[in-house]
Ligand binder design. Sequence first.
Ligand SMILES: Cc1cc2nc3c(=O)[nH]c(=O)nc-3n(C[C@H](O)[C@H](O)[C@H](O)COP(=O)(O)OP(=O)(O)OC[C@H]3O[C@@H](n4cnc5c(N)ncnc54)[C@H](O)[C@@H]3O)c2cc1C
Length: 497
Amino acid sequence: MSIQKRAVVIGGGFGGLAAAIRLQSMGFATTLLEKNTQLGGRAGRIREKGYVFDAGPSLITAPTVIDALYKSAGTTLAQRLPLVALDPYYRVHFHDGTWIDYSGDAESMKAQMRRFDVRDAQAYDRFQADADPVRRTVMSDALGGAPLDTWGKMLRFVPKALKLKAFLPLHFHVSRYFRNFRHRFLFSFHPLFIGGDPFRSPSIYRMISSLEKVEGVWFTPGGMHSLVESLASLFQEKGGQILLGSEVERIVVDNGRAEAVVAQGVEHPADLVVSNADVGHTYRDLVPISARTTWTDRRIEKLDQSMSCFLLYLGVKRRYDKLHHHTLILSERYRELVRDIFERKILPDDFSLYLHTPTRTDPTLAPEGCESIYVLSPVANNKSGIDWEKEKDRYAAKILEFLEAWGLEGLRENLEVCKIVTPDHFEHDLNSLDGNAFGISPGLLQTGVLRPHNRSEDVPNLYFVGAGTHPGAGVPGVLLSAQAMEKCVREDFGDRP
Ligand SMILES: Cc1cc2nc3c(=O)[nH]c(=O)nc-3n(C[C@H](O)[C@H](O)[C@H](O)COP(=O)(O)OP(=O)(O)OC[C@H]3O[C@@H](n4cnc5c(N)ncnc54)[C@H](O)[C@@H]3O)c2cc1C
């Protein structure tokens, strides 16, 4: 009788859960170790005084990618989780009082764009047609969902990428189609959703808006954390083991291979280890320095970490019809605000904010007649040196004052919950280097073969999933990283481990 091989997954974010499901379904006896007392990582759930908040991700996109994960475990997304389509996807308010309801409906988009620039509206179809092959290439098995770990594989993609102009900076590329500032923003800002600078991220990331257009934007009752719960149940039904409050302290490497993982003083033997924790944290803090020749401390220090987020979770005892399920409120400054966050790393005086108000779709997430809102202000990561303990109350007060002036009347006097989360949460509670909110940044020099690989170069039976590895951040990207990890494991252990 052969002994079942054992896999240990470090971290219970979307990446870790997806990896655990795939490994358990392949036949590995899989244990998932999560530092915190709740699964989900960035996708945690906060409950206070009857208000329920998704801590981080809020837009469900690319349901086909989620479905592929369920299918790997012999079920389907439709069997396990109801999805509600959102239309529009979000309302974007500009500084001058104008707004656009952004959606995948071409006719509605063109009609709205025509109000601002007829020529831009005419360019919409061409822009989408040009973005479509980029989306199909990334979403195909060969790129997003497969390891991209050799220059040979990368070079096979280069001629196509050049033809698709996938390496040009996204904002520059979008400006070749649209001249109105509103449209330039709408079709270039998506890298911000995954922690990247729209002026420097390559235009391959226009596949995000293309993906939203083709596959829609969705919500599930209870919010994004319901997806976390559904995946955790699936993993446990398949026989997987989850240990919460188990912070991994060390990966035991012997003769160049990962032999075990130590958490809270307990050693968990493993035939293979998958880390869903921050890549820099995993190498620097968990893998012994003697086992690392590629991922030296110096190389980790040089990684360009993504931006971070300042978040307010607001329970408000009144409703605001001005808010949509997803609302963006933009400052007049775009390029300079992005520079403040990514280059100057300072706290600006103006804001561009994203508001998530799930009670617009699911009123059960707050007491009757009340609103559950989270406000996200993109901010610099902790390389900024900002002392958040000192700054957080002042910054929160400024945001609340701004939102009242913008149109949320009586916001402060109706607050029942006001919870503040700063980049320190990402750094200390989630072990993310420099408090990054989205792993390492998605710049050209950290994309494709240049991004941390799904199989470690230093320890061959150590694998990586999650936002900081290939293909990148965002729930679809992270789920695809688990697909790529599975391919590596099948190459190394065969189809029947
Ligand atoms: C505010 C915000 C809003 C977002 N909105 C969206 C959105 O609307 N749609 C979307 O698709 N994406 C969104 N994203 C991005 C998306 O949430 C992330 O890319 C994704 O959830 C990251 O998943 P992950 O598995 O890589 O990492 P994580 O969720 O961070 O999981 C890593 C886990 O590892 C654990 N861990 C770390 N170190 C250890 C250790 N030593 N031992 C044990 N466990 C450890 C952590 O506690 C954590 O649970 C958003 C992100 C943020 C921050």
